[in-house]
Design a protein around this ligand. Structure first.
Ligand SMILES: C[S@@+](CC[C@H](N)C(=O)[O-])C[C@H]1O[C@@H](n2cnc3c(N)ncnc32)[C@H](O)[C@@H]1O
Ligand code: SF4
Length: 309
């Protein structure tokens, strides 16, 4: 049996937007496996790992012309999954079982209206409502909390909850030399701001009317790790419960670093023992982050809080 509980598959690193805090996208640099290789990757994930949760990630997954085929095959393999999208691409994709859209704002300040991360929040909200109306079982808003929107956390969660939409909260990650976070120090929460967020979150997590996917441990520790970004996965776990597959099929040590050894293997020659050894070699020494998905998507989609910081 595999120790990996959650798999994240980058369907692409291309994107139609450029959010201020995101460095994933590079419009030409990254190879992308085609349709049959993507379906084969899904088959291998099911056969060798069979994770509790699968994230179809990007870049922007709705840019993939074969997204409908990917969704159909994901359904056929009976994954518990979500597709994370910026909600700006108007396409008729049927039979999605889980959708997550970025919603950093419900009421953005007018002077920020042209920023891509603000634009995608408006589109994301509309997309979530549309999928909810269609009866998609798992509809979630992903709010990235930062200096400009931290006072809006309760408004976002309350509004989404009212419509039966769940929220996943995460903090903005900033820093130089990473593959995920970009150099956006001006958006990073101060300790005081992170503390203010924490007190709101502690109130909300004990009240069932707020549909929050985060496990309580994440919310309770935002004041510390949300500011310092120095939580270290490798100090908590001797092996990874999370596998990330890049758009070319190679493995990543984590969203923030390719790693030296991990990318030498791909999903097509996946061997879990070797992956775990590579992962541990690559992540030791990392200065940390406060990454959300490992606690959030797994944690409450299954009703369990698992890895506590
Ligand atoms: C990389 S995007 C991919 C899916 C889609 N393009 C979107 O924006 O929702 C997945 C999530 O990562 C978040 N994200 C991007 N850069 C981030 C950063 N530096 N810190 C924290 N979250 C970030 C996005 O806001 C989004 O909610
Ligand atoms: S956060 Fe999503 S929408 Fe924004 S640039 Fe990154 S991949 Fe594109």
């Amino acid at each position: 049996m595999s120790s990996i509980r959650q798999v994240c598959l980058y369907l692409t690193r291309h994107c139609n937007l450029k959010c201020r805090y995101c460095q994933i996208v590079d419009n030409n640099k990254f190879d992308e496996i085609g349709t049959s290789a993507t379906l084969e990757a899904l088959r291998i994930i099911k056969k060798k790992i069979d994770p509790e949760f699968l994230i179809l990630f990007g870049g922007e997954p709705f840019l993939r012309p074969d997204l409908q085929m990917i969704i159909d095959y994901t359904n056929k393999l009976d994954f518990n999954y979500t597709v994370i999208t910026n909600g700006t691409i108007d396409r008729d994709i049927q039979n999605i079982k889980g959708i997550t859209c970025s919603v950093d704002w419900i009421d953005p300040p007018i002077e920020k209206a042209l920023a891509d991360d603000v634009k995608k929040s408006i589109a994301g909200l509309e997309t979530l409502f549309a999928f909810k109306k269609q009866g998609v079982p798992d509809v979630t808003g992903n709010m990235i909390i930062h200096k400009e929107n931290y006072t809006r956390v309760e408004t976002v969660v309350t509004t989404l909850s009212k419509f039966g939409i769940w929220t996943v909260l995460g903090v903005v990650h900033s820093g130089k030399g990473f593959t995920f976070r970009s150099d956006c120090e001006d958006l990073r929460l101060s300790r005081k701001e992170a503390k203010a967020v924490q007190s709101v979150l502690l109130k909300m997590c004990s009240d069932k009317k707020y549909l929050l996917h985060n496990v309580d441990a994440y919310l309770a520790n935002i004041a510390v790790w949300g500011h310092y970004l120095d939580w270290r996965c490798w100090k908590q776990m001797s092996e990874s419960e999370y596998l990330i597959i890049d758009s070319d099929g190679s493995l990543l040590a984590c969203n923030d670093r390719f790693g030296r050894y991990t990318p030498q293997m791909s999903i097509f020659d996946f061997d879990e023992l070797q992956y775990q050894e590579n992962w541990l070699n690559d992540v030791q020494g990392c200065s940390g982050c406060f990454y959300n998905h490992i606690w959030q998507l797994l944690g409450s989609h299954k009703g369990e809080g698992l890895v506590h910081p």
